[in-house]
Design a protein. Structure first.
Length: 78
């Protein structure tokens, strides 16, 4: 029984430590305006990367279609 009591105490200590860590993290994020600017820039770069990925995917699709036509006219299947 002592073992289970100790585990229960450790769980309670872990829960308190997690809550304290989360509170400290929230406070650090709230108090640092530089973090908000970095987050905004990261979101902007993500949008740019997604747009570039869409353009590259479209170009890849066009190239695959052109390659398929080339192979078809040469008598081979794509």
């Amino acid at each position: 029984m002592n073992f289970f009591r100790r585990i229960k105490e450790l769980r309670a200590e872990d829960r308190v430590a997690i809550e304290n860590s989360q509170a400290l993290l929230e406070e650090a994020v709230r108090t640092d305006p530089h973090v908000e600017e970095m987050h905004r820039l990261a979101q902007e770069k993500l949008r740019e990367a997604e747009e570039q990925a869409r353009r590259l995917q479209a170009a890849d699709h066009r190239n695959h279609y052109s390659e398929s036509l080339t192979h078809a006219f040469r008598g081979r299947t794509a």
